[in-house]
Design a protein around this ligand. Sequence first.
Ligand code: ADP
Ligand code: MG
Length: 200
Amino acid sequence: MDKYEIIKMIGEGAFGKVFLAKGKVDNHQSVIKEINLTKMPVKEKEASQKEVILLAKMKHPNIVTFYSSLQEKNKLYIVMEYCGGGDLMRRINMQRGVLFDEDQILAWFVQISLGLKHIHDRKVLHRDIKAQNIFLSNNGMVAKLGDFGIARMLNNTMELARTCVGTPYYLSPEICENRPYNNKTYVCKYMFAWMLSSTI
Ligand code: ADP
Ligand code: MG
């Protein structure tokens, strides 16, 4: 991690912190997600390591780009692209009730759908699509899917998963009812229904 200079903390999650950093040699800005593995139950520890493997597999303009990862003294570091526009939840709150243009919502929706298709084509389920895990470019025009913290891999695209995970507000009926699900469960319909309800 001594290749990077920390600029500031930009986020804090259940198991660690997220920093904006820049490369000491090339001055290139990036985000470092620091995950503290010490107090983590074994299952979560495995999940964090999986986040790295899954994110590293993805290469798409609508998915946060993975740069590198490193484990040092019981801490896991994920270095990735910095999305200067922050997360979509922050962007929604910045509006203070002022409605977004329908075109803007559709543009974000299409981009997230393209990112999601890329993930699903690689037989990976994200399982936590929500405004806090969608990141925006500096000018806010490009939307990227990030935070693969609880993503999982399916053996084949038709396989149904059974583990009930996600964030309560954004769960689909089949997950709430503990029924088997596949990639179709993770469309971002709830988030966009909510966003549309604040425009119309
Ligand atoms: P957690 O597992 O804690 O939810 P996230 O990867 O979602 O971790 O990061 C937490 C917060 O940090 C995000 O909601 C966002 O505000 C900020 N953040 C994370 N990654 C980036 C990034 N690549 N660019 C800009 N902000 C980010
Ligand atoms: Mg998150």
